[in-house]
Design a protein around this ligand. Structure first.
Ligand code: BTN
Length: 255
């Protein structure tokens, strides 16, 4: 498995992954990429690992990262300009992954979880660093590709492509993802989230009944829109339309 991902640079079609570091085991590919960023890593450099011991998810959660069959990837992105709608970048990454995997049953739970049914198959963690004249982002993603079993704490919330009957070879999948991610990032940095919004909405939870938490308060209603800045709008039952820019959203069973 290790050799297969170790040889990524010769297989990629664009600039993402031309410079590449592969590790059998790392704490976290995002941590390694952030370190490499400080050490002048070029735009498009990629870190992969076969396993992570300290895999990180959004909001301080842990990302289970067993060896051998999944993808743990961090991409260093150095955009030429910082956009006002920079926070929509995470949505663009989720969209790029879903498109490259190609399965129409994958849905994007705002902001960027990839679900099959009610179970999560992939997650995205973007971590930005700003200086006076530049921005850089580590785009991290984990995809459960071939994992066959999950421990009891995850079994009803997580799944893998393999478990859903979607067989993918890890390196080929990653090559396709990097090509699509590059194309979508270039579009986003040139013209913003607006032109990508319809593709995002077509795979999103908009239309579903959801709960979100804002300022400690639970908000329940129908996810009605994602705007051009990437914020989610919820039509609540009793408090009108509410705009959500950060946090977690849970899908309820029926709209
Ligand atoms: C989430 O859904 O909460 C985000 C999960 C992101 C996990 C990936 S695995 C590769 C990269 N390295 C990390 O430590 N985290 C991200």
């Amino acid at each position: 498995m290790s050799a297969e991902l170790g040889d990524l640079a010769s297989a990629v079609r664009g600039r993402l992954g031309r410079v590449h570091e592969h590790h059998a085991v790392l704490g976290s590919t995002n941590d390694r990429a952030l370190e490499w960023l400080r050490d002048a890593a070029p735009d498009g450099a990629v870190v992969t690992a076969d396993a992570q011991t300290e895999g990180r998810g959004r909001r301080g959660r842990r990302w289970e990262s067993p060896p051998g069959s999944n993808l743990y990837v961090s991409v260093i992105v150095r955009p030429s300009q910082v956009r006002e709608d920079f926070s929509a970048l995470a949505l663009v990454v989720g969209l790029a992954l879903a498109e490259a995997i190609g399965a129409p049953q994958i849905r994007l739970k705002w902001p960027n979880d990839l679900l099959i049914g009610d179970r999560k198959v992939a997650g995205v963690l973007c971590e930005s660093r700003f200086s006076a004249d530049a921005a850089a982002v580590v785009v991290g993603f984990g995809i459960n590709v071939g994992q066959e079993t999950f421990d009891e704490t995850l079994a009803d919330r997580a799944t893998s492509l393999w478990a859903e009957g979607l067989e993918h070879e890890r390196r080929g999948l990653l090559v396709d993802i990097l090509a699509n991610l590059e194309a979508q990032l270039d579009r986003f940095f040139a013209a913003g989230f607006g032109p990508l919004k319809d593709a995002y909405l077509a795979r999103s939870i908009v239309g579903d009944r959801v709960t979100a938490t804002r300022g400690g308060l639970a908000i329940e209603g129908v996810a009605s829109e994602v705007d051009d800045s990437g914020a989610l709008w919820i039509d609540t039952d009793d408090a009108g339309r509410v705009r959500i820019t950060a946090g977690d959203v849970e899908r309820l069973r029926s709209a």
